[in-house]
Design a binder for this molecule. Structure first.
Ligand code: ASP
Length: 348
């Protein structure tokens, strides 16, 4: 397995070599005993669409997130804590469609969803339709640990956040100009073909033409052998009427049990209908399929046939890692116990 330099100095040459090592069909040569895997969204992300500066920024942020998760695991912390630490970094970065930098809905608001699941206990927490919670993944964890429920939405979830001392921010905190532009483009497109039913738009960067979903996710295996998964998102540009995607739906965009942990990114409606995350774990459990095969079957076969664009990151209790995606690119990476960051974006 090739290693990449640390934060901020990933060369394009090194990254091209690492893309090959991280291709869909190639799991790590030596599986880690414990570690963390992350994604920052899948979609039309091609090398010619990303400037070297932007690519370096993505790689640096993904590496920082891996390092945050790794630091928790290295000191014997839980996979749940590692997932939270890794996702907070990505939620706080305007580069990704989660927390700051989330996409806008049809009404020009940022509306956030997140979920976390503990593979050891099958406990889970999920939140949806948030407008003021700075780090939705933290609120999902509070729902899991400090409430009798699995999912809370909207005003009720934010009232619970207040009770729990979770940081709230003004709605403007989440706004970035790029995301606003993406919404304007989506609205114009819709206006140009008024007969058509309104469609969800993957987040599209008007400067680069890059189209992607941009959700963030993490799965981890800790030193005690426990798995966890988490996902956080702003959903899809131009979504409306309280639309909730797959990310906070346990079994669709997020799932973990004793065998495997999965976080997805892509066109959420398909991930919900095909219960993607749970299906991958069920294939392992019922058919004794290896992780990579289970994940590939779902992402590269079932979803492709259905027309559902996206990808997943997954880890099993043996430390195997899978990161298949059926779109041109997916921001992704993993770090095992040796602390070497492996970050990739494109398909080849
Ligand atoms: N899956 C997310 C959703 O549909 C979007 C994404 O992955 O970026 O809400």
């Amino acid at each position: 397995m090739l290693s990449l330099p640390l934060v901020g100095c990933a060369s394009l040459q090194a990254s091209a070599r690492d893309e090959a090592a991280l291709a869909t069909e190639a799991p790590p040569a030596r599986k880690p005993q414990w570690g963390i895997v992350i994604h920052g969204g899948a979609g039309v992300i091609r090398r010619d669409m990303l400037s070297p500066e932007k690519e370096a920024a993505y790689r640096a942020k993904l590496t920082e997130s891996l390092q945050a998760g790794h630091a928790v695991l290295a000191r014997g912390g839980s996979s749940l804590d590692a997932v939270g630490a890794a996702l907070r970094i990505l939620e706080d970065s305007p580069l990704f469609n989660a927390g700051k930098g989330a996409v806008f809905n049809h009404d020009g608001q940022n509306e956030l969803d997140a979920a976390i699941m503990d593979g050891r206990t099958l406990r889970a927490g999920a939140v949806a339709g948030l407008h003021h919670v700075k780090n939705p993944i933290d609120l999902a964890r509070k729902v899991m640990e400090n409430s009798a429920h699995v999912m809370m939405v909207g005003d009720g979830a934010e009232a619970f956040a207040r009770e729990q001392g979770i940081e709230l921010v003004p709605a403007e905190y989440f706004r970035t100009e790029e995301r606003w532009e993406q919404l304007q483009k989506a609205l114009e497109k819709e206006k140009a073909s008024p007969g058509k039913p309104s469609s969800l738009q993957p987040s599209r960067d008007p400067a680069t033409g890059e189209e992607k979903f941009g959700t963030v996710g993490a799965v981890a295996l800790d030193q005690a052998g426990n798995l966890a998964a988490g996902t956080s998102t702003g959903g899809m540009t131009n979504k409306r009427y309280g639309r909730v995607g797959d990310s906070p739906i346990i079994g669709a965009g997020t799932y973990a049990n004793a065998h495997c942990a999965v976080s997805g990114t892509g066109h959420g409606e398909f991930f919900i209908r095909y219960t993607v995350a749970r299906d991958i774990c069920a294939r392992m459990e019922y058919q004794q399929l290896p992780l990579q095969e289970s994940a590939n079957a779902m992402v590269m076969d079932v979803l492709v046939k259905a027309g559902g664009e996206g990808g997943v990151i997954a880890m099993d209790a043996q430390g195997n890692v899978a990161m298949p995606f059926n779109s041109p690119g997916m921001y992704r990476g993993y770090m095992g116990e040796d602390g070497t960051p492996h970050v990739a974006i494109f398909q080849e």
